[in-house]
Write a protein that binds this ligand. Structure first.
Ligand SMILES: NC(=O)c1ccc[n+]([C@@H]2O[C@H](COP(=O)([O-])OP(=O)(O)OC[C@H]3O[C@@H](n4cnc5c(N)ncnc54)[C@H](OP(=O)(O)O)[C@@H]3O)[C@@H](O)[C@H]2O)c1
Length: 293
């Protein structure tokens, strides 16, 4: 019997690259087709139909997104096309070909006013344009294909790409002190853990599990960016001093939710996904970054 084809869009992003690595262990079960923006440009939704006609995948994992949160306030059209319109179009095509759609969303769909971890069905009310486009993307993905899984994640980092961990490591080597926001609380997610979770979910779907809808995945814990920076410095044994500052001292074009910790119990229960402690995963990532040098 031929192996099911999994298309993964956004191959050069943090999560896309982790999926490239993680997919090796699944080569016996699936055929993988990794697409960058040159193979599939989500800025051109009109090209999506021809892509599906050509490949007709069994699974489509969307890791591509307009992720520049501050720039999205000015480049609204581009952010909307990539994060909302194209996601809806992919879902339509998935429906046409009986394809299961997995797409990644964000904690930024919430307003940040909660004081306990956000449940999947809590009211959404994004505070910035990026969050709004991802929220519309969620809706269009679910409305246009009944076999859709939306995975909300938060504070993604990895050994590659641009992310908080790599930026803090670099700055701590250059400076003696750093100021970091201490009044935004969330939970970091190591992209390698999320990539493993996605492939476990697909394996479970392939065995007949059919629980679609919205799920939330991050590592476990609740910390501020300040706590995160201190931990990065401690693990990497860097002596730079970290000074906590309020969000008001660090103005940005896009507002951020003050609190965006998400409840991840549903994905753990439904798909048997292990939720790793944020610090344990951070240690793994920093060890990999150090070994790569
Ligand atoms: N990063 C976070 O902290 C965070 C938090 C919550 C949720 N998320 C979500 O998690 C997912 C993965 O994020 P990530 O951190 O891996 O993102 P990332 O590293 O910024 O990668 C995004 C990818 O999307 C691709 N892309 C952008 N515009 C495109 C277009 N027009 N057509 C096709 N591809 C395009 C980029 O391609 P190029 O390489 O060619 O630019 C890049 O490979 C996204 O859905 C994001 O919204 C991220």
């Amino acid at each position: 019997m031929s192996k099911p084809l999994i298309v993964i869009a956004g191959r050069h992003g943090q999560l896309g690259q982790e999926l490239v690595q993680a997919s090796v262990a699944y080569d016996d079960a699936f055929i993988f087709l990794f697409a960058g923006r040159y193979e599939l440009d989500l800025g051109k939704p009109e090209t999506i139909t021809a892509f599906f006609e050509k490949h007709q995948p069994a699974y489509f994992i969307n890791c591509a997104a307009y992720t520049a949160v501050d720039k999205a306030e000015a480049e609204q059209e581009a952010a909307y096309t990539i994060n909302a319109e194209s996601v809806g179009m992919i879902a339509q095509q998935c429906h046409k070909y009986g394809c299961i759609f997995v797409t990644i969303s964000t904690d930024y769909v919430f307003d940040g006013k909660c004081t306990r971890p956000y449940q999947i069905n809590d009211a959404t009310d994004p505070v910035n344009y990026y969050g709004f486009t991802k929220w519309v993307g969620e809706k269009l993905a679910l409305e246009n294909n009944n076999k859709t899984i939306v995975i909300r994640t938060s504070w993604l980092y990895s050994t590659r790409g641009n992310n908080f961990v790599k930026t803090i490591l670099r700055l701590m080597k250059e400076k003696t002190e750093l100021t970091v926001v201490s009044d935004q609380i969330g939970c970091p997610t190591y992209s390698a853990d999320l990539a493993d979770a996605i492939l476990k979910i697909i394996t479970s779907l392939e065995k007949g599990n059919n629980h679609y809808g919205i799920y939330q995945y991050s590592n476990s814990g609740a910390i501020s960016w300040f706590d995160f920076a201190v931990a990065i410095g401690d693990i990497a044994k860097l002596s730079c001093q970290v000074i906590p500052v309020p969000t008001s001292a660090y103005p940005t074009a896009a507002k951020r939710p003050a609190y965006s910790v998400m409840d991840t119990s549903q994905i753990a229960k439904t798909y048997g996904i292990d939720i790793k402690d944020w610090k344990e995963s951070l240690e793994d990532c920093i060890a990999k970054i150090s070994h790569a040098k």
